[in-house]
Design a protein around this ligand. Structure first.
Ligand SMILES: CSC[C@@H](O)[C@@H](O)C(=O)COP(=O)(O)O
Length: 339
């Protein structure tokens, strides 16, 4: 099963509910835009490339649900749906990218039926391309990993963050497919534990050796010589920084201090050519994500909490950016990457 897909029979979006992992692998169906938006907000579907696909399918879903009888009205409905989808998670640029790509495509239609057909075709293309793109990222990046290497990763940049294969974990999969023995150290990734719940689970499914550590152990395992490279995904790459899951910036400093290469793997759809660190909104999430773990209380109920979901790693801390167009080394001139 792909992480996210379109269900023909009911014209709905189906996805793996990642909030239930690793306890349960369940596919849920989103038949309304509000259920899809809820799934995005609560991280049932998450990870930048998967969010791009969710954005595309979201517009297709809105097209099928719209009661409009003429072209202008359905386009107006889709633009409203696009705004609603984009507002669910502001930092990962792929969500807006997926929405805008489908909105642009439907402007070529002439009538309501044409809008529905084009929206679905374009959204499906985004999903198909994601798999091909990740395989190319994997092939580009595999050359950076040596037989016997141990890679430290953060959050989940695997097949569950994409349609399939993965970006950072796609590089690991491709290196293993080439016959190299690669081990992964997965950081737990507090507060929502994408590392321990999702990365550890998905790697174990594929029998890829994985060792879980808490986020606070990263410096020590590097100092002990247990890490050959750090490999993470990205939510938005601007001219000056890489936005990724909170904790990535600290890992980049630790890697620099210990002389360990720090790689970012991402599709070019994650590049925000016009963006700068200051122009991007970092998503601030519910304080209860830190005060509780499920129903378990971890802190005083009303303690002041700061819960940013992402941080920004400066380009000077990054050894290379791995894309489907190849591996790029500093200085990272985004217009060169995007040609
Ligand atoms: C290939 S996914 C890269 C990033 O999207 C991933 O590392 C990440 O930060 C995801 O954050 P999340 O909040 O779980 O959506």
């Amino acid at each position: 099963m792909r992480t996210i897909d379109w269900k023909e029979e009911s014209n709905s979006v189906v996805l793996v509910d990642q909030t239930l992992l690793p306890k349960e692998y369940r596919i849920i169906e989103c038949k309304t835009l509000s259920s899809l938006c809820e799934a995005i907000k609560s991280l049932r579907i998450r990870g930048a490339p998967a969010l791009g696909v969710a954005g595309g399918f979201g517009i297709a879903l809105a097209a099928f649900l719209s009661g409009a009888r003429d072209f202008e009205t359905i386009i107006r409905d889709l633009k409203i749906a696009g705004k609603t989808l984009k507002s669910t998670r502001p930092t990962a640029v792929n969500l807006s990218w997926g929405v805008d790509r489908v909105l642009k495509a439907v402007s070529d239609a002439f009538d309501v039926q044409g809008v529905r057909e084009i929206a679905l075709r374009e959204a499906r293309d985004i999903a198909e391309e994601d798999v091909v793109t990740n395989k190319s990222i994997g092939e580009s990046g595999a050359e950076l990993l040596k037989d016997g290497d141990t890679v430290l990763t953060h959050c989940n940049a695997g097949r569950l963050a994409c349609v399939d294969w993965g970006t950072a974990l796609g590089v690991v999969r491709s290196a293993i497919a080439e016959g190299k023995k690669i081990k992964v150290i997965a950081c737990e990734t507090r507060p929502l534990n994408q590392g321990s719940r999702i990365t550890a689970w998905e790697l174990m499914q594929d029998k890829i050796p994985v060792t879980l550590i808490s986020d606070s152990m990263a410096g020590w395992v590097m100092q002990q010589g247990l890490v050959d490279s750090v490999l993470v995904g990205a939510d938005r790459i601007t001219q000056d920084v890489v936005f990724n899951k909170i904790g990535t910036y600290s890992l980049s400093i630790l890697a620099k201090e210990h002389g360990i290469p720090f790689y970012v793997a991402a599709p070019t759809s994650t590049f925000d050519f016009n963006g700068w660190e200051g122009s991007v909104k970092i998503e601030i999430r519910d304080p209860d994500e830190l005060r509780f773990f499920g129903s378990e209380q971890l802190a005083p109920k009303d303690v002041e909490v700061f819960n940013p979901a992402f941080d920004a790693t400066p380009m000077e801390n990054i050894t290379a950016i791995i894309t489907e167009k190849g591996v790029f080394y500093p200085p990272f001139l985004l217009d060169e990457v995007l040609v």
